[in-house]
Design a protein around this ligand. Structure first.
Ligand SMILES: [Cu+2]
Length: 349
């Protein structure tokens, strides 16, 4: 039974940081439970199958030249059982996995939203109030990872984009945005970041502490160093932190306020009203989260739709409006600026 004890201590306490990283979300413990279940059911099946085989090889070994094999056709009960029992185990694992996966992928409505920008080879986190977190350098000149601060016990949704290395350049292939993947081992959650669109991920931390973030998709030379961290703090501490230090590139303005400025300075205002009246383009009043009719069918106005409307206006043209009127802003706006415009549109109710 030493084997059992060994495995049990290794897997049943999968949450201890000896074998697995700490489990700092509820999802993480679900994932661990599934893992332990799969491991044990595989181990038991393995022992039954291989053990049975070895036993039969010994038991039914042909001992003399005159040994005759008994005439056996089949056994309905046995055949049914060895098909049906594994079938049940597979369906059970599928259903369990699906339920947890579904939980991972359904974004909670009331989540705190943080924008994540990945580029070769760094992470940037942008909060709605305009606060921007980037990697830093410590006293010894070593790089310190960008550290996202989040409150414990609150759902957090990340809206993630991959950025060009040099936002101004369209030509050099080395500058193109590439695939990355946001992986938080302690949260047992991982999501690819795909150039040209937003992907999302959510988590709700249940433990205080600082947890590693890795890029889990090979993205070139500096992939190994593409690290970040998530610091989970008490909600009060989070509020204090958020309003504390001065914000990043936005000069103290919230994302929505920066978006409003872009709305004015980038001429969106010439075609899009905020009060419900249509101009050369549709109004932005109340569009976020609602359905809109386009020449490609009805679509929901979400982050990806707005992003596409800005970068490729002709991909889906709003019914009642002309394609080709709105200029493409591809290569003209930074990720932050697109994020800011989106956050501004969200506020136009
Ligand atoms: Cu990467």
């Amino acid at each position: 039974m030493w084997l059992f004890q060994l495995l049990n201590s290794a897997f049943a306490h999968a949450n201890s940081d000896t074998f697995m990283p700490p489990a700092a979300t509820e999802i993480a413990s679900h994932v661990d439970q599934i893992y332990v279940f799969l491991l044990w059911s595989s181990l038991i099946s393995f022992v039954l199958l291989i053990g049975g085989m070895i036993w039969f090889v010994i038991k039914y070994k042909r001992r003399t030249a005159s040994d005759k094999t008994a005439y056996i056709t089949h056994n309905h009960t046995l055949e049914f059982l060895w098909s049906f029992i594994p079938f049940c185990i597979f369906i059970f694992s599928f259903a369990w996995g699906w339920i947890v996966f579904h939980q991972m992928r359904s974004m909670p409505e009331n989540a705190l939203e943080i924008h994540v920008v990945a580029k070769k080879w760094d992470w940037r986190f942008i909060y709605k109030n305009g606060r921007e977190i980037v990697a830093g350098v410590d006293d010894q000149g070593n790089k310190t990872p960008a550290t996202m601060v989040v409150p414990m016990g609150r759902p957090v949704k990340l809206i993630m984009a991959s950025e060009k290395v040099n936002p101004a350049s369209n030509e050099d292939p080395k500058d193109r945005p590439v695939l990355h993947s946001f992986f938080v081992p302690a949260f047992r959650t991982k999501q690819d970041i795909v150039p040209g669109r937003y992907t999302t991920l959510w988590f709700q931390a249940t433990e205080l502490g600082t947890f590693n973030v890795f890029c889990a998709e090979y993205c070139g030379d500096g992939h190994y160093a593409m690290r970040a961290a998530i610091k989970v703090v008490k909600p009060e501490e989070y509020e204090e932190w958020l309003s504390g230090e001065a914000a990043g590139a936005g000069g103290g303005l919230s994302l929505a306020e920066q978006g409003k400025q872009l709305y004015l300075s980038r001429a969106c205002v010439g075609c899009h009203s905020l009060n419900g009246s249509a101009g050369a383009g549709p109004t932005w009043k109340g569009i976020f989260g609602h359905d809109v009719a386009t020449n490609k069918g009805t679509v929901k106005v979400d982050e990806n739709y707005i992003r596409e409307s800005i970068l490729e206006p002709n991909a889906q043209v709003v019914s009642g409006f002309q394609g080709g009127v709105m200029p493409s802003y591809s290569g003209q706006l930074k990720e932050e600026e697109i994020n800011a415009l989106i956050e501004f549109i969200k506020t136009v109710k």
